[in-house]
Design a protein around this ligand. Structure first.
Ligand code: PNS
Length: 174
């Protein structure tokens, strides 16, 4: 059975990685698909190409995992690519209502089933948006994201990180 793990992945987090790694042991193949919308392009921190590059690096060690992108309805992608199942991660009850709605709509408009994997509790408070927020102030996000995302965030906010490291490090002796 083939699964598609759709999302914005701006950038991929350790919670996503946990769900993806466990799904890769269940499904024959899992495709991580960045769903993008040309009209919402400016709303992301990373460009589509950057997100795909991060995903390729972060998932390179998972043999049956591929990376793709699509700019349209998820159900159209599922039909076009003849993929079987939509995979989504759930962190906490707060995710449930939104996910329930999307899963029902995708089944109604495209007859596609969604399977959920519960992210490990240690990632229940980690989201791409919170990681972006912390990184924008030069905070330490290395635990919360795979190496490829951490490197890309460090580069994106190089000035902020350099400045924070300079002001936080103990003064050098004269
Ligand atoms: O990572 P996200 O932002 O929670 O992912 C949401 C996503 C991209 C999976 C969802 O918005 C989506 O499937 N978008 C594609 C457009 C679509 O099919 N919309 C109808 C779903 S009701």
């Amino acid at each position: 059975m083939k699964a598609v793990f759709p999302g914005s992945f701006d950038p991929i987090t350790s919670g996503h990685m946990d769900v993806l790694t466990r799904a890769s042991r269940i499904f024959d193949t899992v495709t991580v698909t960045v769903m993008h919308n040309a009209r919402k392009q400016g709303r992301h921190l990373f460009t589509l190409d950057e997100r795909l590059e991060i995903l390729r690096k972060a998932t390179g060690h998972l043999e049956n995992v591929g990376v793709d992108s699509f700019g349209g309805l998820l159900v159209d992608y599922m039909a076009q690519e003849q993929k079987g199942i939509i995979l989504r991660g759930l962190r906490a009850v707060s995710d449930y209502e939104y996910e329930l709605q999307i899963a029902h709509l995708n089944r109604q408009i495209g007859e596609v089933e969604t399977v959920f994997i519960m992210a490990a509790t240690r990632w229940s408070f980690v989201s791409s948006s919170m990681v972006r927020e912390i990184a924008s102030y030069g905070g330490d996000i290395r635990e919360m994201v795979p190496r490829a995302s951490a490197d890309a965030l460090r580069l994106k906010y190089a000035d902020v990180y350099d400045e924070r490291e300079r002001t936080m490090s103990p003064a050098s002796p004269d």
